[in-house]
Design a protein around this ligand. Sequence first.
Ligand code: ADQ
Length: 405
Amino acid sequence: MIEGSDVLGIVLAGGEGKRLMPLTADRAKPAVPFGGVHRLIDFVLSNLVHGGVRRICVLTQYKSHSLDRHISTTWRLSALTGEYVTPVPAQQRLGPRWYQGSADAIHQSLNLVHDEQPAYIAVFGADNIYRMDPRQMIDAHIEAGAGVTVAGIRVRREEASSFGVIQTADGSAIDAFLEKPADPPGLPDSPGESYVSMGNYVFTTQVMLDALEADARNPSSHHDMGRDIIPALVESGKAHVYDFTGNEVPGETERDHGYWRDVGTIDSYYDAHTDLISTYPIFNLYNRRWPILAHPAQRAAAKFVEGGTANQSIVSNGCIISGAQVVDSVLSPDVIVENGAVVQGSVLLDGARVGKGAVVRRAILDKNVVVPPGAHIGVDLARDREHYHVSEGGIVVLGKGARAI
Ligand code: ADQ
């Protein structure tokens, strides 16, 4: 097995996350809170760190302040052993321009690779909810003698046009790669499913350097991993796929084995929360052998008073549920729900406040949102559409600091 120290982790965290608006109005997508006490980026970083990849550069760009702060305050590995997670903001090293695409982000940051001289580089996306042991993928990469290995998963064919679609005859070498095709091909053994890229790649270092060099010289390239780099390596016969189904993580349950969610849209972000809260959830946040690491605010434990209840819900520290009912919901720290209020099927981020007698249904309330006493959210969608953002799936979203009317 390869030593984790031969691998440099690069996490792509510069995406704008337009489809997650308004949650990304003020923060980078990987910094969006998730599951009570986490942020999206905690999932990939936990996987890499538990899997022994402990030199990690996080490439940031768009509205990265809260992301940078989160990484530097939470993700402090041991300086003694040379382990680190470091945010790398766009620095305009190759001229006065920001990153043009994800491949350009790496190309502009190659000094990191030259400094570390790793044998392999794990380039992972920052926006997915899953558990994965990256060591097993790195071992498969070495065994196959691949130049790049792409992690692959089956999804329903109708969802596949948001992803890179992989075609392979022997289950290892990639024969074709189509980035976000309008009409994704189904699998020969299962026409209703497509095999897609999870946006996680393991490269042999020199292969990545050569591919980025060639891409930088190509004036018609978008300088994007999925659109340019992977198709070029498929063309030259150097790309293999790693089947995520075979990845095993300590402590996982039969139910959550193979769980992976892209939370690119408000509806998928909302749905991924509902995956957390049942008695036997399809994604188990309580796996103590492969915990998703976080550094929640130092607060008193959650408090329930005056007959306040929460059921099928995650309630973080600092919350107070006073004579109110919370059902099928996920509450981040410091949320207060006052007497007679009902919160149902909702995601409430840090410091949101629901006043007396208010009703909040199928909604996402961003940080510090105030719902005044008696207000109704998610009860009359036609009315909500006039005042708030309502997703295709009918989820009402109030942006950071908003006051409901
Ligand atoms: P997308 O997620 O649509 O598809 P992209 O928007 O490039 O691709 O995001 C991939 C990762 O790169 C994200 O973590 C994002 O934050 C980051 N990123 C994007 N632009 C960046 C930039 N300029 N600088 C730094 N980081 C940047 C990708 C693949 C598909 C695959 C899906 C799986 O292209 O083939 O199926 O991921 O989710």
